[in-house]
Design a protein around this ligand. Structure first.
Ligand code: HH2
Length: 274
């Protein structure tokens, strides 16, 4: 098992995780990267544009989606991971079988939107491999998560959830220093709740692990601009959200438009100094 440094040493703050969805139905880039060659080319471009790592996913988690089986997910991502051998890759999956194969093919981070609740074997796979792990908050499941999500206090509930899932991961043998945490923008949250999570991001940062934020292209960005039926947000709105999140303590940003995010965050970092 490779001995890995803490995730905050491996990735400087801020780092951009570039999104490569190898799916027909992702909400903003569905179908674009379904052919392996297209996905590999996109991933290489995102890395050349300054992504610290590319997040390869074979299952859409957009609101209302049903999910796919492990065999289909593997069929989509395996050739892409093979083609990216030697490049920094994260696997966006909740399935142990997919993660296991991706780690064999060189992935170094498992990005699990279920925070180890989806597949009882995933924690063991991550622990054994020594990989990095992203634990994300989601209320409900993608099929139903946007049907009137309710919280007494969204930030304290997301914080308590992430603390509990971090403790679970550590109990299963994943080193705490390998874990980053994510509030799960758009996963069972209203527009206001998504913005409140960024406004009060310092409360999640206080857990003591690097925080990843994925606001890129999400529908709340279109809705806050006045389109109540928006299904995606613009590039400019995505960058506004990413810079706001960075200023409130985000360590990693998950984004589709890497060059623009890298440039905006470099400016925000220069303003912050140090
Ligand atoms: N968002 C999406 C998927 N995976 N992982 C983390 N850690 N954080 C996120 O915010 C996040 C995520 C959804 O976005 P996208 O991949 O563009 O769409 P889809 O799920 O439809 O493939």
């Amino acid at each position: 098992m490779p001995r890995r440094p803490p995730i905050e040493e491996r990735f400087a703050r801020p780092s951009v995780l570039g999104v490569v969805n190898v799916t027909p139905d992702s909400f903003s880039d569905g179908g674009v990267n379904l052919a392996p060659d297209a996905a590999i080319a996109t991933a290489r471009r995102l890395l050349a544009e300054g992504a610290a790592i590319v997040d390869v996913g074979g299952e859409s988690t957009r609101p209302g989606s049903d999910g796919v089986g492990a065999a289909e997910e593997l069929r989509r991502v395996e050739p892409v991971l093979t083609g990216l051998a030697g490049s920094p890759v994260s696997i966006d999956t909740s399935k142990a079988a997919v993660a296991r194969r991706a780690l064999e093919l060189g992935a170094e981070l498992v990005n699990d939107v279920t925070a180890l609740r989806g597949d009882p074997e995933l924690a063991g796979v991550v622990a054994e491999s020594g990989a990095y792990l992203c634990l994300m908050h989601m209320l409900g499941e993608p099929r139903t998560m946007q049907q009137s999500p309710r919280y007494d206090d969204v930030v304290s509930e997301v914080k308590a959830f992430l603390e509990a899932r971090l403790a679970f991961a550590v109990g299963e043998g994943v080193p705490e220093q390998h874990v980053c945490l994510d509030p799960g923008i758009g996963f069972g949250k209203t527009v206001d709740q998504n913005f409140e999570l960024v406004r009060r991001l310092d409360e999640l940062v206080a857990i003591g692990r690097p925080v990843l934020v994925g606001f890129s292209r999400k529908s709340s960005l279109g809705r806050v601009l006045g389109d109540p039926a928006a299904t995606r947000g613009s590039l400019a709105a995505s960058i506004g959200a990413a810079v706001s999140a960075y200023e409130r303590g985000a360590w990693l940003v998950r984004a589709h438009d890497v060059r623009e995010h890298v440039e905006a965050l470099a400016v925000a970092r220069a303003v912050r100094g140090g």
